[in-house]
Write a protein that binds this ligand. Sequence first.
Ligand code: SF4
Length: 332
Amino acid sequence: MVTVYKPDAATAAPLADPAPADAPRPRHPEKAHRPDSELLRKPEWIRVKMSNSPVFDETREIVKANKLVTVCEEAGCPNIGECWSKKHATMMIMGDTCTRACAFCNVRTGMPLALDTDEPRRVADAVAKLGLHHVVITSVDRDDLPDGGAKHFAQTIAAIRNATPSTTIEILTPDFLRKDGALEVVVAAKPDVFNHNLETVPGLYLKIRPGARYFHSLRLLQRVKELDPTMFTKSGIMVGLGEAREQVLQLMDDLRSADVDFLTIGQYLQPTRKHAPVKAFITPDEFKSYERIALSKGFLLVSSSPLTRSSHHAGEDFARLKAARKMLQARA
Ligand code: SF4
């Protein structure tokens, strides 16, 4: 295989043989030569309805007019009908191309374009037009940038604060692996919720999240709390990738040791035949059981259901998170 792009040997996936010059570039060049895996039929509890609400179209227009990328579309999120009908869109900043190549993720991979310095303003403008009380901002991994995009995150937070000071801000960040000082820049911008997803149990990292390191991600979450103990921290995983139940319970303990407040658990859905296969559809009862156990381990809030996603119902969950902390403080 000829490696055509390697922004960071340790973190980025090498790309496959170059295609003929006139061939359309595949969305996931690193997966093009992988064998197909069977797409399992979804159980009835996974079915989602598309929306024909005019609000959905309005959301799409605002996103398009502001030239924004959303993770709702890029990741093929099953909740888009519901969320966009309420004007809840999760912006994905720093472009549509990721320098990692995780086996579960549908976001385009390759060499991203230069940062768009006007993007923070346009994100803030869209937040104002959508009338969002709570917004979730995420991004692609930018291993090619010296700070991993930390400053761009901070500028986006500042632009939203400036445009709509009452909007609460949740960020879902990459891991800033080998980007010294990056995390500090983002925390200093004071988002209300800092989310970084572990995605899966450590035993599956090599297969599912090969460019990341489990203990680095855990440490990142712990460090956020050390830097600002008032900041809410949140993390999420997908299940159905082949993890064992005991591994999930251990991961819960790991997150509690890092003082993480909020855990989300959702079903992994395979985007294409080239992505990691679904190994199991976890039943709604098993999700409930995870929720009960996680709450007993001390999380302030747990969302565990087949269609749980990091940003699903994020605004309502933020209100519940604040109420749960208040109650805990009143009891102390
Ligand atoms: S759950 Fe999140 S990513 Fe999915 S559609 Fe809703 S806001 Fe977008």
